[in-house]
Design a protein around this ligand. Sequence first.
Ligand code: HMG
Ligand code: MG
Length: 303
Amino acid sequence: MALPDKVKVVEVGPRDGLQNEKETIPAEVKIALVDRLSAAGFVNIEAASFVSPKWVPQMATSTEVMAGITRKPGVVYSVLTPNMKGFEAALAARADEVVIFASASEAFSQKNINCSIAESIARFAEVAAAAKAHNLRLRGSISCAFGCPYQGEVSPDSVADVVRQLRALGCDEIDIADTIGVGTPRHVQSVMTRAAQEFDIAGLSGHFHDTYGQALANIYASLEVGIRIFHSSVAGLGGCPYAKGATGNVASEDVLYMMRGLGIETGIDLDAVVDAGQFIAQHLGRKAVSRAGNALAAKRSAT
Ligand code: HMG
Ligand code: MG
């Protein structure tokens, strides 16, 4: 299949990226990061998460973050909502899109959201209906689509089962997520192709963590089978608190550099994303986990 002229890159750094940080990051820093990312041209930013603060303390400032950002017209600000309590908070915070997050692995579902896959879908039905009633966009995310830290292998059919159930809830978009970064290109192509039998491929996205260094290869492999939406995290931030050892999402700078080289339009200013990556890395007191971001920043300071 020919590569596309254009893709959508969804920035998930402010949520997936920061959720696992141990030190509390002030809301002003998160707000500044989101605003830098919208200014850089991302049209979809996962900005916050309305989950239990006991489970994910770093996201406890989500209401403040959503209230403090400068909304850029046309940008979709997404938030995670595991239940109606999260949905009510998302609604009050004027989120544009709510994300219900399920798993293709029973074991991970229990660890991450404390219920079975079937129970989670039942809980999401109410959230989905409320999202539709309020004209909010609805996205479904499927964790552990390529492997699980607790149960190991996950079959393409179990991913397809969850895709079907999320479609039935009315999701506008569905993420196929490699939570622990274990997928490799051919495996990714087989799961994506199987998922596309259940949901319009134009609405399927690839959410890759780079734990095993496979994320860019997996994105390229996904492009080859028709996936046109990818998630990434500025400075390669991230990790899931309930997936031990899982490292960050693929770095936005690396994805944008590759897309530029392939002549695929994203509408995003790579230089501005490099700046945002250096900004947050400086705040966290460590180097960005983006090869392209660090190389471009070094090149700048050398000239
Ligand atoms: P539970 O303990 O079974 O829920 O947790 P509960 O209903 O019994 O509530 C327990 C307490 O949490 C109560 O407070 C509730 O009020 C409160 P208490 O009475 O004890 O003081 N609570 C809430 N507070 C704020 N907002 C809420 C909320 N809900 C309940 N929405 C629950 C179930 C789902 C809430 C919990 O397991 C949870 O919050 N899990 C979230 C885990 C999480 O955020 N994981 C990371 C995101 S997923 C991810 O990163 C993967 C992804 O990137 C894709 C990929 O890479 O795979 C998306
Ligand atoms: Mg993730």
